[in-house]
Design a protein. Structure first.
Length: 270
């Protein structure tokens, strides 16, 4: 009786939306906390606005790239379809939830002293993760899942290169954050995230295998997390007009956002 009742509750829209909100609220809290922290650090030094060098701009853009990445993680669950199949048991769900919560937590770690090259790499990693994540989502659409669940089998775009491109780009975003942290706790968190993401992806594949008979052929054809060919994305851009159009739209939007940040930065830190 209790299991039947729980299944009814689990299949309701109220339950579905209730499960979406915690990650969104948690990411929003981390994002607001870090924006306020950045503003408080910059405000005591009004001379910064008149002597804004390349190092300060790069550091700020690296920080903004983190905000883009965390905002993306928080917004993803709000637009997804309801699942057609779910994981069995509590452990896969709790593992997925912990995996999603760790990257925003990394933003709260104490940052290392500014370093131009680390900030350049952090900014490039964060912006690339956000841009490639949005591109991947344009193909995944509302089939995005936090828990190991199945909504729709997507095999086009970045999913024709690796089976879990979104997880790969999430890891790239975490690397961008931790390049500004550069500490042993940060390195340990990165190792933990990699292990959890791989475990989460394996559980997800078991569900996809049950829900979609065609998944087996797809799994045999496409690598798990790392592309076989390092130039796979470039080849995809060259050969797929849909990927080219969507990539151009995402890049234009990201460039516009970064341009706004560069223009507004002197006022923000002044």
């Amino acid at each position: 009786m209790s299991q039947t009742l729980f299944r009814r509750i689990e299949q309701s829209r109220i339950y579905d939306w209730t499960m979406r909100l915690p990650i969104f609220l948690y990411s929003l809290y981390v994002l607001v906390h870090d924006v306020i922290s950045f503003s408080e650090q910059a405000a005591p030094d009004p001379a910064t606005s008149t002597h804004l060098g390349a190092s300060a701009i790069v550091a700020a853009l690296a920080r903004v790239s983190q905000w883009m990445f965390i905002a993306l993680l928080g917004l993803l669950p709000l637009a997804r379809h309801r699942p057609v199949a779910k994981s069995r048991g509590l452990v896969p769900r709790m593992t997925a939830l912990v995996t999603v919560c760790i990257p925003p937590f990394c933003v709260l770690l104490e940052r290392a002293p500014p370093n131009l090259w680390c900030n350049l790499l952090a900014g490039a990693a964060g912006i690339s993760a956000s841009v490639l994540g949005v591109l991947t989502l344009s193909f995944l659409g509302r089939s995005f899942s936090v828990m190991p669940e199945a909504r729709r089998l997507v095999t086009t775009g970045p999913y024709s290169i690796v089976r879990h491109p979104l997880y790969l780009f999430e890891l790239l975003g975490v690397v961008g954050i931790l390049l500004q942290v550069r500490s042993l706790p940060g390195a340990l968190l990165l190792a933990l995230i990699v292990a959890l993401q791989i475990t989460r992806a394996r559980w997800e594949e078991d569900i996809l295998d049950r829900a979609f008979p065609e998944f087996l052929a797809y799994r045999q054809r496409v690598p798990f997390l790392l592309p076989r060919d390092a130039h796979g994305l470039i080849a995809l851009l060259r050969n797929d007009p849909v990927v080219r159009r969507r990539s151009a739209a995402v890049m234009i939007s990201a460039s516009g956002l970064l341009a706004v940040v560069v223009i507004a930065l002197p006022r923000l830190v002044g």
